[in-house]
Design a protein around this ligand. Structure first.
Ligand SMILES: [Zn+2]
Length: 162
């Protein structure tokens, strides 16, 4: 059930839309594996017709399944757009698509929800990550004066110096 408002109905009165939208309908493109949307979007808003535009005002809520980028723990994060509002022009270049007197609000909802997606999901702002995440990375130690153990290229070079 897409988020449709009928313009004829809007001529007479404001239209209230309330319910849940399956996340498949929202067609969220989440290429990042740290964020997944499975739960339906919850919406509750009112649409009113202005002179040459529509105004939607209310709230949106979506719970995401996230994976912490530091410690890899799974956790849920809820995006709340409260208050949410969207201005939909009925004239001009950015005009909405009207099909059988109906306007689909889904693209506008999708756009605003995606803007709220966390860039780097963290289970906690203070998350310290995995215990060995610092030494676990395949980076060279910054301190070059530390004696190397084992037969690495660097220790071979050191032997040549002496
Ligand atoms: Zn974490």
């Amino acid at each position: 059930m897409p988020l449709l408002v009928n313009l004829r109905h809007l001529e007479a009165h404001n239209v209230r839309l309330e319910g849940e939208l399956p996340v498949e309908e929202l067609d969220l493109d989440t290429p990042d594996e740290t964020i997944r949307a499975k739960a339906p979007l919850q919406y509750d808003f009112e649409v009113q017709k202005l002179e040459d535009s529509l105004l939607a005002q209310g709230r949106l809520q979506l719970t995401l399944d996230c994976q912490c980028v530091r410690c890899l723990k799974s956790f849920k994060q809820t995006i709340k757009l409260d208050p949410w509002s969207s201005h939909l022009p009925l004239q001009g270049e950015e005009t909405v698509t009207v099909v059988n007197d109906c306007v689909d609000l889904t693209p506008y909802v999708r756009e605003d929800i995606l803007l709220e997606f966390p860039q780097h999901p963290l289970c906690d702002a203070e998350c310290r990550g995995l215990p060995n995440s610092i030494s676990g990375k395949a980076t060279k130690p910054l301190k070059s004066d530390q004696p190397e153990t084992g037969s690495t290229a660097w220790s071979e070079l050191n032997k040549l110096k002496f």
